[in-house]
Design a protein around this ligand. Structure first.
Ligand code: FE
Length: 255
């Protein structure tokens, strides 16, 4: 299995604090059935600044250590960039790092409280530059929870989204779990990834999430999500079903 969102690189963000913790996370990944991890450290979020060249270096160092330790996990480079108005310029300066460097898929993190007004336009402009933006954990964004139509419009315009396994597993509370399932039902989710930061408070939880998805939607849905992560590595196109607006069961009950 491939995990496309993980804070396994040591020292550089709020994920693994040191190399020993990275190794611990790699071992935990194996027990979850994960053999390939895209390392996606925070970038430009106010606390961390991890441009492309720094991430590439850190990935190389970690892979060398994993080889020495004979841990069969491969780390690929990526980045979780906080949305900002200078992303297009940063892309040209080669500071931004798409998933696995050349896939064209780029993680975009929204602030947790709101969706900046320029988001729709920026997602559009990134696509004009050949980038396939993926909004990470929209299920944890307060404004999207209050007004899911915002996400519907962004996905309708070609942006993809990634849900966090822990959200689906209920580790962020019942409300976020329910909303995650609603986003999947409305075809507003394309990837599931761990966003693991450590093995204790923010673990992988991929198997827990997959159990919930199998129960709610059946295994074919589960395989669809897993295949989508593989398509990123193959540099192929991920296409979702036609996005729908999130509707509550109560609303449907009126008819
Ligand atoms: Fe993250």
């Amino acid at each position: 299995m491939i995990d496309i969102h993980c804070h396994i690189l040591p020292y550089i963000d709020d994920g693994a604090k040191h190399m020993e913790e990275s190794i611990e996370m790699a071992r935990a990944a194996i027990s979850e059935g994960i053999h390939t991890i895209i390392a996606t450290p925070h970038h430009w979020n106010g606390a961390c600044y991890n441009p492309k060249r720094d991430v590439l270096k850190a990935v190389k160092t970690l892979n060398e250590r994993l080889e020495t330790e004979e841990i069969p996990v491969t780390i690929l480079p990526g980045q979780e960039t906080r949305i900002n108005g200078e992303m297009l310029e940063a892309l040209k300066r080669e500071e931004l790092l798409p998933l696995n460097e050349t896939s064209g898929y780029l993680f975009v993190e929204l602030p947790s409280s709101h969706v900046p007004r320029y988001t729709k336009q920026l997602m559009f402009d990134l696509q004009l530059q050949g980038i396939k933006p993926i909004i990470v954990h929209p299920e944890r964004n307060k404004e999207i929870i209050d007004n899911p139509d915002l996400l519907f419009e962004i996905v309708r315009d070609g942006t993809l989204t990634q849900l966090t396994a822990g959200s689906i597993a209920g580790r962020f509370g019942k409300k976020i779990k329910k909303f995650s399932i609603q986003l999947i039902e409305a075809n507003l989710a394309h990837f599931i990834a761990s966003d693991a930061h450590n093995v204790n408070t923010r673990p992988f939880a991929m198997q827990e999430a997959f159990k919930v998805i199998s129960n709610e939607f059946g295994t074919s849905y589960l395989y669809w999500f897993m295949e989508n992560s593989q398509l990123i590595l193959n540099e192929e196109l991920v296409v979702g079903d036609i996005p729908e607006k999130v509707t509550t069961k109560k609303f449907l009950g009126l008819f």
